[in-house]
Design a protein. Sequence first.
Length: 394
Amino acid sequence: MAAARKAKVFDPFERREIKKLVAEFGSPLLIVDCERIRRQYRQLRRALPRVDLHYALKPLPHPAVVSTIVEEGGFLDLATTGEVELVARLGVDGERCIHTHPIKRDADIRAAVARGVRVFVADNPDELRKFVPYGDRVEVLLRVSYRSPGAVSDLSRKFGCDPEQLLPLARRAHDLGITVRGLSFHVGSQAPDPGKHVEAIESCRRLLAAAAREKLGPCDTLDIGGGFPIDYSQRAPEIGYFCAPIRAALAELPKRVRVIAEPGRYIAGPAAIGVASVMGRARRENRWWYYLDDGLYGSFSGQLFDHAHYPLESLRNRGKREPSVLAGPTCDSIDVIAENLTLPQLEVGDLIVGRAMGAYTWASASEFNFFPRATVVSVNQKPGDRGTVLKVEY
Ligand SMILES: *Cc1c(COP(=O)(O)O)cnc(C)c1O
Protein backbone atom coordinates (compact mmCIF):
# COMPACT_ATOMS: atom_id res chain seq x y z
CA MET A 1 0.00 0.00 0.00
CA ALA A 2 2.74 2.43 1.00
CA ALA A 3 4.71 1.52 -2.13
CA ALA A 4 1.66 2.07 -4.31
CA ARG A 5 1.12 5.48 -2.76
CA LYS A 6 4.76 6.40 -3.31
CA ALA A 7 4.57 5.38 -6.97
CA LYS A 8 1.68 7.75 -7.61
CA VAL A 9 2.08 10.47 -10.21
CA PHE A 10 2.97 13.73 -8.46
CA ASP A 11 2.58 17.29 -9.68
CA PRO A 12 6.04 18.82 -10.11
CA PHE A 13 4.51 22.23 -10.92
CA GLU A 14 3.37 22.76 -7.33
CA ARG A 15 5.35 25.30 -5.34
CA ARG A 16 6.63 22.78 -2.78
CA GLU A 17 7.75 20.30 -5.43
CA ILE A 18 9.43 23.01 -7.51
CA LYS A 19 11.52 24.00 -4.49
CA LYS A 20 12.46 20.39 -3.83
CA LEU A 21 13.48 19.83 -7.45
CA VAL A 22 15.62 22.99 -7.50
CA ALA A 23 17.24 21.96 -4.20
CA GLU A 24 18.15 18.63 -5.80
CA PHE A 25 18.98 19.56 -9.41
CA GLY A 26 19.99 23.23 -9.17
CA SER A 27 19.01 26.33 -11.10
CA PRO A 28 18.22 27.28 -13.81
CA LEU A 29 15.98 24.30 -14.33
CA LEU A 30 13.49 23.18 -16.96
CA ILE A 31 11.04 20.74 -15.36
CA VAL A 32 9.40 18.43 -17.92
CA ASP A 33 6.35 16.57 -16.67
CA CYS A 34 5.82 13.42 -18.76
CA GLU A 35 2.33 13.06 -17.28
CA ARG A 36 1.43 16.36 -18.95
CA ILE A 37 3.09 15.17 -22.19
CA ARG A 38 0.71 12.18 -22.08
CA ARG A 39 -2.24 14.42 -21.27
CA GLN A 40 -1.52 16.73 -24.21
CA TYR A 41 -1.01 13.79 -26.55
CA ARG A 42 -4.30 12.18 -25.48
CA GLN A 43 -6.22 15.44 -25.74
CA LEU A 44 -5.03 15.97 -29.30
CA ARG A 45 -5.86 12.33 -30.13
CA ARG A 46 -9.40 12.95 -28.90
CA ALA A 47 -9.63 16.20 -30.86
CA LEU A 48 -8.36 14.49 -34.04
CA PRO A 49 -9.51 10.87 -33.94
CA ARG A 50 -8.05 8.65 -36.68
CA VAL A 51 -5.15 11.07 -37.20
CA ASP A 52 -1.74 9.54 -36.46
CA LEU A 53 0.28 12.01 -34.42
CA HIS A 54 3.97 12.37 -35.20
CA TYR A 55 5.55 14.43 -32.41
CA ALA A 56 7.84 17.02 -34.03
CA LEU A 57 11.04 16.93 -31.95
CA LYS A 58 12.15 20.47 -32.83
CA PRO A 59 10.44 22.37 -29.94
CA LEU A 60 11.81 20.04 -27.24
CA PRO A 61 14.15 17.33 -28.51
CA HIS A 62 14.36 15.43 -25.25
CA PRO A 63 14.63 11.65 -24.77
CA ALA A 64 11.99 11.57 -22.01
CA VAL A 65 9.45 13.24 -24.30
CA VAL A 66 10.27 10.94 -27.22
CA SER A 67 9.99 7.80 -25.06
CA THR A 68 6.72 8.98 -23.54
CA ILE A 69 5.18 9.57 -26.98
CA VAL A 70 6.35 6.19 -28.26
CA GLU A 71 4.95 4.45 -25.15
CA GLU A 72 1.61 6.12 -25.89
CA GLY A 73 1.68 4.51 -29.35
CA GLY A 74 2.60 7.76 -31.08
CA PHE A 75 4.92 8.49 -33.98
CA LEU A 76 7.75 10.96 -34.57
CA ASP A 77 8.60 13.76 -36.97
CA LEU A 78 12.33 14.22 -37.49
CA ALA A 79 14.05 17.00 -39.40
CA THR A 80 17.79 16.57 -38.82
CA THR A 81 20.41 13.87 -38.53
CA GLY A 82 20.82 14.81 -34.85
CA GLU A 83 17.15 14.00 -34.27
CA VAL A 84 17.46 10.77 -36.27
CA GLU A 85 20.36 9.70 -34.05
CA LEU A 86 18.55 10.70 -30.84
CA VAL A 87 15.55 8.48 -31.57
CA ALA A 88 17.79 5.66 -32.86
CA ARG A 89 19.66 5.66 -29.52
CA LEU A 90 16.31 5.21 -27.80
CA GLY A 91 15.66 2.14 -29.93
CA VAL A 92 12.74 3.65 -31.83
CA ASP A 93 11.94 1.89 -35.09
CA GLY A 94 12.54 4.08 -38.16
CA GLU A 95 9.14 2.97 -39.45
CA ARG A 96 7.54 5.08 -36.70
CA CYS A 97 9.28 8.20 -38.02
CA ILE A 98 9.00 10.52 -40.96
CA HIS A 99 11.72 12.95 -42.05
CA THR A 100 10.18 16.30 -42.89
CA HIS A 101 12.99 18.73 -43.63
CA PRO A 102 12.37 19.80 -47.23
CA ILE A 103 16.08 20.52 -47.83
CA LYS A 104 18.61 17.79 -47.05
CA ARG A 105 22.18 16.83 -47.74
CA ASP A 106 22.79 13.37 -49.16
CA ALA A 107 24.40 12.44 -45.81
CA ASP A 108 21.14 13.35 -44.03
CA ILE A 109 19.09 11.10 -46.31
CA ARG A 110 21.63 8.30 -45.99
CA ALA A 111 21.66 8.48 -42.17
CA ALA A 112 17.86 8.39 -41.99
CA VAL A 113 17.53 5.53 -44.48
CA ALA A 114 20.17 3.60 -42.52
CA ARG A 115 17.93 3.94 -39.43
CA GLY A 116 14.91 2.62 -41.30
CA VAL A 117 13.17 5.91 -42.08
CA ARG A 118 11.22 5.55 -45.30
CA VAL A 119 9.01 8.63 -45.69
CA PHE A 120 10.62 11.96 -46.58
CA VAL A 121 9.36 15.40 -47.56
CA ALA A 122 10.37 17.28 -50.72
CA ASP A 123 9.12 20.48 -52.29
CA ASN A 124 11.15 21.04 -55.47
CA PRO A 125 12.72 19.14 -58.40
CA ASP A 126 16.34 19.49 -57.21
CA GLU A 127 15.42 17.88 -53.93
CA LEU A 128 13.54 15.04 -55.65
CA ARG A 129 16.65 14.10 -57.62
CA LYS A 130 18.51 13.44 -54.36
CA PHE A 131 16.23 10.45 -53.75
CA VAL A 132 16.97 8.70 -57.04
CA PRO A 133 19.91 6.66 -55.66
CA TYR A 134 17.64 5.27 -52.90
CA GLY A 135 15.11 3.78 -55.32
CA ASP A 136 12.20 2.03 -53.66
CA ARG A 137 13.62 2.36 -50.15
CA VAL A 138 12.09 5.84 -49.90
CA GLU A 139 8.74 7.51 -50.53
CA VAL A 140 7.97 11.20 -50.54
CA LEU A 141 5.32 13.53 -49.28
CA LEU A 142 5.26 16.63 -51.47
CA ARG A 143 4.98 19.75 -49.35
CA VAL A 144 2.55 22.39 -50.52
CA SER A 145 2.69 25.97 -49.33
CA TYR A 146 -0.33 27.89 -48.03
CA ARG A 147 0.75 31.31 -46.90
CA SER A 148 -0.57 32.49 -43.54
CA PRO A 149 0.54 36.04 -42.86
CA GLY A 150 -1.61 35.84 -39.68
CA ALA A 151 0.50 33.14 -38.01
CA VAL A 152 3.18 34.16 -35.54
CA SER A 153 5.69 32.36 -37.74
CA ASP A 154 4.57 31.81 -41.32
CA LEU A 155 6.44 28.63 -42.27
CA SER A 156 4.89 28.52 -45.73
CA ARG A 157 7.16 31.33 -46.83
CA LYS A 158 10.35 29.38 -46.44
CA PHE A 159 9.16 25.93 -47.56
CA GLY A 160 6.61 24.31 -49.81
CA CYS A 161 5.64 24.56 -53.48
CA ASP A 162 2.72 26.60 -54.76
CA PRO A 163 -0.45 24.51 -55.18
CA GLU A 164 -0.26 25.18 -58.96
CA GLN A 165 3.22 23.61 -59.08
CA LEU A 166 2.17 20.46 -57.27
CA LEU A 167 1.04 18.37 -60.25
CA PRO A 168 4.15 19.18 -62.35
CA LEU A 169 6.26 18.23 -59.30
CA ALA A 170 4.37 14.96 -58.81
CA ARG A 171 4.84 14.16 -62.52
CA ARG A 172 8.54 14.82 -62.11
CA ALA A 173 8.72 12.42 -59.14
CA HIS A 174 6.83 9.81 -61.13
CA ASP A 175 9.25 10.18 -64.08
CA LEU A 176 12.21 9.79 -61.71
CA GLY A 177 10.71 6.58 -60.32
CA ILE A 178 10.08 8.06 -56.85
CA THR A 179 6.95 6.97 -55.03
CA VAL A 180 4.64 9.84 -54.15
CA ARG A 181 3.03 8.72 -50.88
CA GLY A 182 1.02 11.88 -50.53
CA LEU A 183 1.06 15.56 -49.62
CA SER A 184 2.02 17.61 -46.60
CA PHE A 185 1.71 21.17 -45.41
CA HIS A 186 2.53 23.19 -42.30
CA VAL A 187 0.52 26.35 -41.87
CA GLY A 188 2.84 27.87 -39.26
CA SER A 189 3.04 27.60 -35.52
CA GLN A 190 0.51 28.75 -32.90
CA ALA A 191 -2.22 29.20 -35.53
CA PRO A 192 -4.73 31.86 -34.45
CA ASP A 193 -7.67 29.89 -35.93
CA PRO A 194 -8.20 26.68 -37.93
CA GLY A 195 -9.04 28.51 -41.17
CA LYS A 196 -5.65 27.89 -42.79
CA HIS A 197 -5.71 24.19 -41.94
CA VAL A 198 -9.19 23.87 -43.46
CA GLU A 199 -8.24 25.74 -46.63
CA ALA A 200 -5.11 23.60 -47.02
CA ILE A 201 -6.99 20.32 -46.44
CA GLU A 202 -9.60 21.23 -49.06
CA SER A 203 -6.94 22.18 -51.58
CA CYS A 204 -4.92 19.01 -50.88
CA ARG A 205 -8.06 16.88 -51.29
CA ARG A 206 -8.40 18.18 -54.86
CA LEU A 207 -4.66 17.82 -55.55
CA LEU A 208 -4.56 14.24 -54.21
CA ALA A 209 -7.51 13.32 -56.41
CA ALA A 210 -5.90 14.90 -59.48
CA ALA A 211 -2.57 13.14 -58.84
CA ALA A 212 -4.33 9.81 -58.29
CA ARG A 213 -6.30 10.26 -61.54
CA GLU A 214 -3.01 10.63 -63.40
CA LYS A 215 -1.68 7.57 -61.51
CA LEU A 216 1.31 9.54 -60.24
CA GLY A 217 1.68 7.33 -57.16
CA PRO A 218 -0.39 5.89 -54.31
CA CYS A 219 -1.17 9.45 -53.09
CA ASP A 220 -2.95 8.02 -50.06
CA THR A 221 -1.45 10.09 -47.21
CA LEU A 222 -2.16 13.63 -46.10
CA ASP A 223 0.11 15.22 -43.51
CA ILE A 224 -1.59 18.25 -41.97
CA GLY A 225 1.52 19.47 -40.11
CA GLY A 226 1.51 21.21 -36.74
CA GLY A 227 0.48 24.66 -35.56
CA PHE A 228 -2.00 23.63 -32.84
CA PRO A 229 -2.10 26.51 -30.36
CA ILE A 230 -1.65 26.58 -26.58
CA ASP A 231 -2.28 29.10 -23.79
CA TYR A 232 0.41 31.63 -22.98
CA SER A 233 -0.25 34.96 -21.30
CA GLN A 234 -2.88 35.08 -24.03
CA ARG A 235 -5.40 32.24 -24.04
CA ALA A 236 -5.82 29.94 -27.07
CA PRO A 237 -9.07 28.23 -28.14
CA GLU A 238 -9.76 24.88 -26.44
CA ILE A 239 -8.29 22.16 -28.69
CA GLY A 240 -11.51 20.20 -29.36
CA TYR A 241 -13.20 23.42 -30.41
CA PHE A 242 -10.18 24.50 -32.49
CA CYS A 243 -10.11 21.15 -34.31
CA ALA A 244 -13.86 20.89 -35.05
CA PRO A 245 -13.64 22.53 -38.51
CA ILE A 246 -10.50 20.48 -39.24
CA ARG A 247 -12.37 17.26 -38.39
CA ALA A 248 -15.18 18.32 -40.72
CA ALA A 249 -12.73 19.01 -43.57
CA LEU A 250 -10.95 15.67 -43.02
CA ALA A 251 -14.29 13.84 -43.15
CA GLU A 252 -14.55 14.86 -46.81
CA LEU A 253 -11.38 12.92 -47.74
CA PRO A 254 -11.75 9.54 -49.45
CA LYS A 255 -11.51 6.61 -47.01
CA ARG A 256 -8.24 5.41 -48.59
CA VAL A 257 -6.39 8.53 -47.39
CA ARG A 258 -4.45 8.11 -44.16
CA VAL A 259 -4.11 11.37 -42.25
CA ILE A 260 -1.14 12.24 -40.07
CA ALA A 261 -0.19 15.39 -38.16
CA GLU A 262 3.06 16.79 -36.78
CA PRO A 263 2.27 18.51 -33.48
CA GLY A 264 5.23 19.98 -31.59
CA ARG A 265 4.23 22.92 -29.45
CA TYR A 266 0.87 21.45 -28.43
CA ILE A 267 2.56 18.36 -26.95
CA ALA A 268 5.60 19.97 -25.33
CA GLY A 269 4.63 23.56 -24.50
CA PRO A 270 2.34 23.13 -21.48
CA ALA A 271 4.35 20.16 -20.19
CA ALA A 272 7.33 22.13 -18.86
CA ILE A 273 8.06 25.09 -16.63
CA GLY A 274 11.24 27.12 -16.42
CA VAL A 275 12.66 27.94 -13.01
CA ALA A 276 15.32 30.63 -12.51
CA SER A 277 16.85 32.11 -9.34
CA VAL A 278 17.63 35.66 -8.39
CA MET A 279 21.44 36.17 -8.58
CA GLY A 280 21.38 39.77 -7.46
CA ARG A 281 19.25 42.90 -7.41
CA ALA A 282 19.55 46.64 -7.74
CA ARG A 283 17.24 49.59 -7.26
CA ARG A 284 17.19 51.69 -10.45
CA GLU A 285 14.82 54.55 -11.22
CA ASN A 286 12.33 53.57 -8.51
CA ARG A 287 12.06 49.98 -9.61
CA TRP A 288 13.66 46.80 -8.40
CA TRP A 289 15.79 45.09 -11.01
CA TYR A 290 16.24 41.38 -10.35
CA TYR A 291 18.99 39.56 -12.25
CA LEU A 292 18.16 35.89 -12.85
CA ASP A 293 20.39 32.99 -13.82
CA ASP A 294 18.33 32.42 -16.99
CA GLY A 295 17.34 34.93 -19.63
CA LEU A 296 16.84 35.78 -23.29
CA TYR A 297 19.99 33.94 -24.31
CA GLY A 298 18.77 30.89 -22.41
CA SER A 299 15.30 29.36 -21.98
CA PHE A 300 13.63 32.73 -22.51
CA SER A 301 15.09 32.83 -26.06
CA GLY A 302 11.56 31.89 -27.15
CA GLN A 303 10.50 35.44 -26.37
CA LEU A 304 12.71 36.58 -29.23
CA PHE A 305 12.60 33.70 -31.71
CA ASP A 306 9.09 32.41 -31.01
CA HIS A 307 7.43 35.68 -29.93
CA ALA A 308 5.98 33.89 -26.88
CA HIS A 309 4.97 35.54 -23.61
CA TYR A 310 5.28 33.08 -20.75
CA PRO A 311 3.13 33.62 -17.66
CA LEU A 312 5.63 34.56 -14.93
CA GLU A 313 5.31 34.34 -11.18
CA SER A 314 7.46 34.54 -8.12
CA LEU A 315 7.37 31.67 -5.65
CA ARG A 316 7.61 34.26 -2.90
CA ASN A 317 4.16 35.72 -2.74
CA ARG A 318 4.09 37.58 0.57
CA GLY A 319 4.94 41.23 1.01
CA LYS A 320 4.04 44.51 -0.59
CA ARG A 321 4.14 44.39 -4.39
CA GLU A 322 6.40 46.90 -6.13
CA PRO A 323 7.23 47.75 -9.74
CA SER A 324 9.91 45.29 -10.81
CA VAL A 325 12.03 44.24 -13.77
CA LEU A 326 13.30 40.72 -14.44
CA ALA A 327 16.59 40.60 -16.33
CA GLY A 328 18.75 37.76 -17.62
CA PRO A 329 22.29 37.07 -16.41
CA THR A 330 24.34 38.19 -19.42
CA CYS A 331 26.05 41.55 -19.83
CA ASP A 332 23.93 42.38 -22.87
CA SER A 333 21.40 45.17 -22.47
CA ILE A 334 18.69 43.43 -24.52
CA ASP A 335 18.72 40.56 -22.02
CA VAL A 336 15.60 41.72 -20.14
CA ILE A 337 12.80 39.21 -19.64
CA ALA A 338 9.98 41.43 -18.38
CA GLU A 339 9.41 45.01 -17.32
CA ASN A 340 6.28 46.47 -15.77
CA LEU A 341 5.78 43.57 -13.37
CA THR A 342 4.67 44.02 -9.80
CA LEU A 343 6.39 41.60 -7.46
CA PRO A 344 6.96 41.26 -3.73
CA GLN A 345 10.46 42.31 -2.75
CA LEU A 346 12.73 39.42 -3.74
CA GLU A 347 16.03 38.30 -2.32
CA VAL A 348 18.99 36.42 -3.72
CA GLY A 349 18.02 32.78 -4.23
CA ASP A 350 14.28 33.47 -4.67
CA LEU A 351 12.72 31.51 -7.51
CA ILE A 352 10.86 32.79 -10.57
CA VAL A 353 8.70 30.36 -12.52
CA GLY A 354 7.72 30.65 -16.18
CA ARG A 355 4.72 28.53 -17.27
CA ALA A 356 4.17 26.92 -20.67
CA MET A 357 7.91 26.86 -21.32
CA GLY A 358 8.28 23.44 -22.93
CA ALA A 359 8.34 24.48 -26.58
CA TYR A 360 10.98 26.53 -28.41
CA THR A 361 12.66 27.65 -25.17
CA TRP A 362 15.50 25.46 -23.98
CA ALA A 363 15.73 24.10 -27.56
CA SER A 364 16.87 27.49 -28.86
CA ALA A 365 18.93 28.51 -25.82
CA SER A 366 22.61 29.37 -26.17
CA GLU A 367 25.45 29.53 -23.69
CA PHE A 368 26.31 33.14 -24.47
CA ASN A 369 28.65 34.69 -21.89
CA PHE A 370 29.22 31.09 -20.66
CA PHE A 371 26.00 31.02 -18.69
CA PRO A 372 25.04 27.36 -19.00
CA ARG A 373 21.69 26.35 -20.43
CA ALA A 374 19.09 25.19 -17.90
CA THR A 375 19.35 21.62 -16.68
CA VAL A 376 16.41 19.60 -17.97
CA VAL A 377 14.85 17.31 -15.39
CA SER A 378 12.01 15.01 -16.45
CA VAL A 379 9.57 13.49 -13.98
CA ASN A 380 6.73 10.95 -14.12
CA GLN A 381 8.14 9.13 -17.12
CA LYS A 382 7.59 5.96 -15.14
CA PRO A 383 5.55 5.60 -11.95
CA GLY A 384 7.63 6.92 -9.06
CA ASP A 385 10.02 8.88 -11.32
CA ARG A 386 10.64 12.02 -9.25
CA GLY A 387 13.44 13.45 -11.33
CA THR A 388 15.77 12.19 -14.05
CA VAL A 389 18.46 14.20 -15.80
CA LEU A 390 19.45 12.89 -19.21
CA LYS A 391 22.06 14.47 -21.39
CA VAL A 392 20.78 15.25 -24.88
CA GLU A 393 23.39 14.12 -27.39
CA TYR A 394 23.30 15.00 -31.04
C1 LIG B 1 8.26 23.04 -36.45
C2 LIG B 1 7.50 22.08 -37.27
C3 LIG B 1 6.40 21.38 -36.73
C4 LIG B 1 5.88 21.62 -35.34
O1 LIG B 1 5.07 22.73 -35.35
P1 LIG B 1 4.26 23.18 -34.06
O2 LIG B 1 3.66 24.46 -34.47
O3 LIG B 1 5.22 23.28 -32.95
O4 LIG B 1 3.22 22.15 -33.81
C5 LIG B 1 5.77 20.45 -37.53
N1 LIG B 1 6.19 20.22 -38.79
C6 LIG B 1 7.23 20.86 -39.35
C7 LIG B 1 7.62 20.54 -40.73
C8 LIG B 1 7.90 21.83 -38.60
O5 LIG B 1 8.92 22.48 -39.17
